[in-house]
Design a protein around this ligand. Structure first.
Ligand code: FRU
Length: 500
């Protein structure tokens, strides 16, 4: 890698060159995970949208393949999904991969199109009678088709994000689509533009007799801390209507950071539900300090459901395949940090390149138990458990290069006010702290992944996931624990250098 590429992650998926946003058409077939993505091959900013393509057998090692769907005379190739047509409903042969995307242009607006691949997702033929679906009311924002098979009624369902709601359609042959219902107006965080839907069914607390649906709704704006974020609604689906368990104002976040967007899941993975986020935020995605390429995907995450009181939530955990990345191990014996004191590990890894995993188990008797991940330039990320406010906080104000976030884009007043209210240590769109809810329990577990320009935290078995970008001028390679108003016992601190 060249100096200009110093922020390129070592084990996260990035495009070789050019611009990437949303993960598209995620599908598993014959031992391969296909990751298509919003791609501009002509520059490192958004434009000329194609579907780029990478493939992996283990969700860890990705091979770059040629563009799968190129922009054409109908318009950009916007986001969408793929299915494996196991029963040959479309007539292209058993097991054909069929993909759906939005064709977007000033002339035609946003319309849903289909393409199919008979060579395991390498090359696609666009359906000659495209589009397969247009908005019945001329809606301007009508995009990101998610298609899945609804087994009980032997039919396909398509969800399309339509301004501030999701619209549901059905089909027997993937070509003719009939409107069924809509969900979402007034639900969740406001203001919000719905984008990139997905809907998955999961067993609650591992009980196969108690399954619920989660409708995944990416919104921009609407993030608690400004810009783009992913929320979800838990409820039921009868083949026609989605009904939500909770009141419209209840908001459930899939991630509590600022760089987790357009998250959708692989199709055809059986009982497992594996999601892949785009690791950026529309507020500043086009101006982050990388040059040959822009944006990475956050780590693939396995989604499960658990109940808490009367409510149901999703737990978000890194897929277990990522354990294959572990190289050198470093175990720090248990220690206690007394009130007002610090415990510092000067060097995490000899020649540390800023790509590692950290597993911490701690018991707190303090108001605040935390640690700083630092480099020798005095830059750091501050991560702490605020036991008084019940918050897990990640503060990147001093993390390195942050100045590009000053008024990155003009924003709506309401969204701006929300951000000032919700962020801790708010300086601007990038320099701020994000937080997620923390239980009153004294013991907590944190799993952290650092990779050059990103930090991902999974708290207490995935109850909170938090994904944030950082741009340190030098890799973080030392660690300092602290404790305020009481002591903190670190029961275990295990580190792994990570590499492919
Ligand atoms: C979400 C999104 C989608 C759209 C795509 C365009 O990030 O705005 O709604 O299809 O990006 O690149």
């Amino acid at each position: 890698t060249t100096n200009r590429d110093k922020f390129r992650p070592l084990y996260h998926h990035t495009p070789l060159y050019g611009w990437m946003n949303d993960a598209n058409g995620l599908v598993y077939k014959d031992g391969e995970y296909h990751l298509y993505f919003q791609y501009n091959p002509y520059g490192s900013v958004w434009g000329n949208m194609h579907w780029g393509h990478s493939v992996s057998r283990d969700l860890v090692h990705w091979e770059h393949l040629p563009v799968a769907l190129a922009r054409d005379t109908m318009g950009h190739i916007f986001s969408g999904s793929s299915v494996v047509d196991l029963a040959n409903t479309a007539g292209y042969g058993d097991g054909t991969i069929v993909s759906f995307y939005t064709s977007a242009s000033d002339r035609n607006g946003q319309i849903e199109c289909m393409a199919y691949s008979k060579d395991n997702g390498r090359t696609f033929t666009k359906y000659e009678k495209n589009p397969v679906l247009t908005p019945f009311d001329g809606l301007k924002d009508f995009r990101d088709p998610k298609v899945f098979w609804y087994e009980p009624q032997q039919k396909w369902v398509m969800i399309v994000s339509a301004d501030k709601e999701m619209r549901f359609f059905s089909s027997k042959d993937l070509k003719d689509w009939t409107y069924m219902s809509a969900f979402g107006k007034g639900y969740g965080m406001q203001p919000s533009q719905f984008e990139c839907p997905d809907m998955v069914q999961l067993a609650v607390d591992g009980d196969g007799n108690h399954k619920k649906w989660a409708l995944i709704v990416n919104i921009n704006p609407g993030c608690l801390f400004g810009g783009s974020a992913t929320q979800y609604f838990i409820g039921d689906f009868d083949g026609t209507n989605f009904t939500c368990d909770t009141k419209p104002e209840v908001v459930k976040w899939m991630d509590w950071g600022k760089d987790h967007y357009a998250t959708v899941c692989f199709s055809n993975t059986g009982e497992r539900v594996i999601a892949v986020p785009w690791m950026s935020n529309w507020q500043y995605a086009n101006i982050i300090p990388t040059q040959q390429y822009r944006s990475a995907n956050a780590l693939p995450r396995e989604l499960t459901m658990y109940s808490e009181g009367k409510d149901i939530y999703m737990a978000v955990n890194p897929v277990k395949e990522l354990e294959a990345l572990r190289k050198e191990t470093k175990e720090i014996p248990a220690f206690t940090v007394d009130n007002g004191k610090e415990f510092t590990i000067e060097t995490l890894f000899d020649g540390g390149d800023g790509a590692f995993e950290m597993n911490i188990d701690l018991t707190t008797n303090a108001d605040c138990s935390g640690f700083k991940l630092m480099n020798s330039k005095g830059e750091y990320i501050d991560i702490y458990l605020d036991m008084k406010d019940g918050k897990l906080v990640m503060d990147r104000v001093h993390s390195g290069i942050v100045d590009f976030g000053k008024n990155a884009i003009p924003h709506e007043k309401e969204a701006h006010d929300n951000r000032v209210k919700n962020s801790i240590n708010y300086v601007d769109d990038f320099a701020l702290a994000t937080w997620g809810p923390l239980s009153k329990d004294k013991q907590h577990r944190l799993q952290l992944f650092v990779d050059k320009c990103s930090i991902e935290i999974f708290l207490d078995g995935g109850k909170v996931a938090m994904t944030n970008l950082v741009f340190p001028n030098e890799p973080y390679n030392s660690l300092s624990f602290y404790s305020r108003n009481g002591s903190t016992k670190v029961n275990a601190c295990k580190l792994y250098a990570l590499g492919l």
